[in-house]
Design a protein around this ligand. Sequence first.
Ligand SMILES: [Ca+2]
Ligand SMILES: [Ca+2]
Length: 178
Amino acid sequence: MMKKYCMIFTILLSLLLLSLACEDNPFDPNGWSAKSHEGFVLKWRVQGSNLEAELKGPSTGWIAVGFAGSYMMHDSNIIIGYVSGSSVSIRDDFGIDSNTHVSDSDLQGGEQNVSDKSGSEGSGTTTIYFTIPLDSGDLYDNALSEGQSYNIVFACSADGADNFTSAYKTITNTSITI
Ligand SMILES: [Ca+2]
Ligand SMILES: [Ca+2]
């Protein structure tokens, strides 16, 4: 009997260690995965042909995540947002070089493809929620496929920079599997 309990305990412990070892969290019952990196936390899940996302970053100014670019912001589909009082502003951008992002609306043929926008501000942090198509067809959004790994950029401004234009304070690359 004791041996049986030992075995169950060992299996449970192994499962726990296995789940801790995975950078994403495949055991979330609602299908959410998460990535923490240098003060940023990105949560995401595929819903039909869309990607639902929540981004928390270490600034009360703007925060941003860029999907499937090359180095830093370059060629990334960037979603940037800030919260000012009760107003939440979130924009669909594109990284035209490693540290410059432009609204898709200002690029030829580009358009805004971010929906279900909301957000909140905490002590030293901002959180934004949004939905983007996995494949918008826009040249300035990068098509994503479930199960594939992508380069990700996280960036944020200094505290209080409630706009889309201030310089970044932090920028960092990582990767996720959609
Ligand atoms: Ca777009
Ligand atoms: Ca874009």
